[in-house]
Write a protein that binds this ligand. Structure first.
Ligand code: ATP
Length: 251
């Protein structure tokens, strides 16, 4: 689907269906994310968020529907669409035998970036994420928050246009979380489209300008954050979220 100005959407998902044997994880999902948006993709555990992300980046096949990244189909134009996306997944999947600097250089190589260009890029990112001191360590020697930062650095190494973050601040202390928020706000202001899942609703409130909520693989809300909050002016995002996904609110 196109945006009103005729440009392709950063992400366009149409009628996506993903089944695992007896489970329908994604059940006819359709929505678009505009270039430059900071999109919050919310839902309770098991709603289908990670499955949708895996379908976007080619880690999961799907039975129905289409997904396009900046107009490029994720199946028929896999290489181009994948090169436009950086993913920081929910679970760490680093090579335990490489140093963290090598992890970044290898990842750049996966996108065809030669070592001579990848090295300075890796150094810049290590610096930016305050990991320079650890550049010769393996990821097993990092703290949880450092692993999260490494995951972000790896997602950005090939200079994607769309950054997908699956629970980006899980395991981070308050100070690091706020620092990361500032970093994400800054790269979004610089033009990076961000697609984020988070169970921290205050994080979504602080960062996202548009929100999609899924439940049982179906979209139950898709709205600008300000419109959503204005419509429920007397309630917090948490209360609105719990009602939309059919959970009781407390108090
Ligand atoms: P969370 O917030 O807990 O990360 P989620 O919204 O990301 O949840 P998914 O991980 O996409 O949810 O899971 C959606 C559904 O698909 C769940 O019912 C889950 O059990 C199922 N599922 C996910 N991956 C697989 C798999 N590899 N095999 C079978 N079922 C799966």
């Amino acid at each position: 689907m196109q945006q009103p100005d005729g440009a392709p959407s950063a992400v366009s998902i149409q009628q996506l269906v993903k089944r695992y044997k007896t489970v329908t994880a994604v059940d006819g999902l359709s929505f678009d994310v505009a270039p430059g948006e900071f999109f919050g993709f919310l839902g309770p555990n098991g709603a289908g968020k990670t499955t949708t992300i895996n379908a976007i980046v080619g880690l999961a096949t799907f039975q129905g529907g289409t997904i396009r990244i900046f107009g490029h189909d994720v199946i028929s134009d896999y290489r181009r669409s994948r090169s436009l996306v950086g993913l920081s997944p929910q679970e760490f999947n680093f090579d335990r035998y490489l140093t963290i600097e090598e992890i970044l250089i290898y990842q750049a190589g996966y996108y065809g970036i030669p070592v001579a260009r990848a090295k300075p890029r890796a150094r810049t990112l290590l610096d930016q994420f305050e990991l320079t001191d650890k550049r010769r360590a393996t990821y097993l020697e990092l703290s949880g928050g450092m692993k999260r930062r490494l995951s972000l650095a790896r997602a950005l190494v090939h200079e994607p246009q769309l950054l997908i973050l699956d629970e980006p601040t899980a395991g981070m202390d308050v100070e690091l979380r706020l620092e990361l928020w500032d970093f994400l706000k800054a790269i979004n202001a610089g033009g990076m489209t961000i697609f984020m899942t988070s169970h921290y609703l205050e994080e979504v409130e602080a960062l996202c300008n548009r929100i999609g909520i899924v439940n049982h693989g179906k979209l139950v809300e898709l709205e600008d954050k300000s419109t959503l909050m204005a419509r429920h002016a007397d309630r917090s995002l948490q209360e609105v979220f719990l009602e939309l996904v059919g959970r009781r609110t407390h108090g």
